[in-house]
Write a protein of this length. Structure first.
Length: 143
């Protein structure tokens, strides 16, 4: 599954071990169903190149994932623009979280005009209770 593969790329070695254990394939299957109505996909014919998952009620970009082979061709930027446009109908500002060690993602968002609002803690849900994960909150003014 693309979502899990991209999540592992950006989070391995940068989040608590207990979160890595909690984010098995079943977690992503359940969340894929939950967010199916608020996911934008990029395809080439029938091939999935990338996706962006939104929490439209809060204005959050939950996950942006691009297949490794499709990276560097503008897929992520196009998905991010689509996400911003979709969220702009309900929000003045969008937000997302990036773990500090994911420098590739941090550079990507900054290149696309997102602002690093600084460090905070994300309480990642798990079946054993919330897991505290240090992150940087990024925001983008919409519209």
């Amino acid at each position: 599954m693309l979502w899990r593969a991209a999540w592992l790329d950006g989070h391995t070695g940068h989040v608590p071990d207990e979160l890595m254990k909690a984010r098995g394939p079943e977690h992503f299957s359940v969340h894929a169903e939950k967010f199916v109505g608020s996911t934008i996909v990029a395809t080439d014919d029938d091939e999935l190149l990338g996706l962006v998952v939104l929490a439209e009620d809060t204005g959050e970009v939950v996950q942006l994932a691009v297949d490794r082979a499709a990276r560097g061709f503008g897929v992520g930027g196009a998905l991010l623009r689509c996400a911003e446009e979709r969220l702009s109908g309900r929000h003045r500002k969008a937000h997302l979280a990036v773990v500090p060690g994911n420098t590739r993602a941090r550079r990507f968002y900054e290149f696309h005009g997102w602002r690093d609002e600084g460090p905070t803690v994300y309480r990642a849900p798990s079946t054993a209770g919330p897991i505290e994960v240090p992150v940087h909150r990024y925001t983008q003014v919409l519209g």
